[in-house]
Design a protein around this ligand. Structure first.
Ligand code: CO
Length: 259
C-alpha cells in the first residue's frame, strides 16, 4: 500500500494485454508461494528477522528480486507488522509470542513485472477478537475482489470493503490505500478501502489492481513510529491487512496472487 503521495498524479491507468497479465501471474505466483512458506514458519518463538532471512533465500531460489527493499529507502524484503502495527513494520529480533497477529506484506519483481500480496497470520492460539478481525479483513478482501469487474466503478470495490468492515464494528484505515500494479509497484489508480459506491473510474479489462484492506479493531487513526516507516493504530488496537493483486478480465476478476 502506499501513502497517498507515492503515485505521481500525471500518469494514466496502464492497461495490460493478456500476455502481460500472464507475466504478472508469474510474478504473483512467486509471491504466493513464498507467503505460503511464511505461514508454516510463523510460529511462537520465531523472530521476524528469521522470516526475512527465509524470504531472501526463497527470492534467490526463484531468481526474483524484492519489490520493497530499497523502495524509497525501505530496508527489507518483508513488511512484518505485529498486533497494533498496521503496515510497514520492519523485520527485527522481536520474538513472536503465542497470541500475536502478524501481517506479512511481500512484493517481488520478476521479468519486469511486479507482484504484491499480504496476509495476516495468527501466531499460535489467538483471542476470539483477533480471530474475528482476521476473518472480517479477509472476507472484505474477497468481497472487494468480486467487485473488480468490467463495467463496475472503482469505488464499488472501496465501498464494499467499508460496508463489510463497519458492519462488524471495525474501522477502515484511511491513510494508506491500494494501487494499480504492473511494471511499477505503484501505478494509478489509488484503491481506497472506503468510499461511495458508483463513483470513480469505470473498470475495464486489462486493469491490474492491488486491493489491500487495512482494518483496525478500534479507531481508524494511525501514526508513524520514529523509524519513519511503521504505522501503528493511535489507540493501540489490533490491526489486520490482507492483499491480492487482481486483473480485471472479460471473464471477471483474476486473482493473480492466489496459489
Ligand atoms: Co500493495
Amino acid at each position: 500500500m502506499n501513502g497517498l503521495h507515492f503515485i505521481p498524479d500525471n500518469e494514466r491507468i496502464i492497461l495490460k494485454s493478456p500476455q502481460e497479465i500472464e507475466k504478472m501471474r508469474h510474478s504473483n505466483l512467486i509471491v504466493a508461494e513464498i507467503l505460503e512458506e511464511m505461514k508454516t514458519a510463523a510460529r511462537p518463538g520465531i523472530t521476524t528477522a528469521a522470516l526475512e532471512e527465509l524470504a531472501e533465500a526463497l527470492l534467490a531460489k526463484h531468481k526474483a528480486r524484492s519489490a520493497f527493499k530499497g523502495y524509497n529507502g525501505y530496508p527489507a524484503a518483508l513488511c512484518t507488522s505485529v498486533n497494533e502495527e498496521v503496515v510497514h513494520g520492519i523485520p527485527s529480533e522481536r520474538v513472536h509470542q503465542e497470541g500475536d497477529i502478524l501481517s506479512i506484506d511481500f512484493g517481488v519483481i520478476y521479468e519486469d513485472y511486479y507482484g504484491d500480496a499480504a496476509i495476516t497470520l495468527p501466531i499460535g492460539h489467538i483471542s476470539s477478537e483477533a480471530e474475528g478481525l482476521l476473518r472480517v479483513a479477509e472476507e472484505a478482501l474477497y468481497l472487494a475482489i468480486d467487485q473488480a469487474r468490467s463495467g463496475n466503478r472503482l469505488l464499488d470495490i472501496s465501498a464494499t470493503i467499508q460496508r463489510h468492515v463497519e458492519a462488524h464494528g471495525f474501522s477502515v484505515v484511511r491513510d494508506f490505500v491500494g494501487h494499480g500494479i504492473g511494471k511499477h509497484l505503484h501505478e494509478k489508480p489509488q484503491v481506497p478501502n472506503f468510499g461511495e459506491p458508483g463513483r470513480g473510474v469505470r473498470l475495464k479489462p486489462g486493469m491490474t489492481l492491488a486491493i489491500e484492506p487495512m482494518i483496525n479493531a478500534g479507531g481508524c487513526e494511525v501514526m508513524i513510529l520514529e523509524n519513519g516507516w511503521t504505522a501503528v493504530t493511535k489507540d493501540k488496537s489490533l490491526s489486520a491487512h490482507f492483499e491480492h493483486s487482481v486483473a480485471v478480465t472479460e471473464n471477471g476478476p483474476y486473482i493473480l496472487s492466489k496459489l
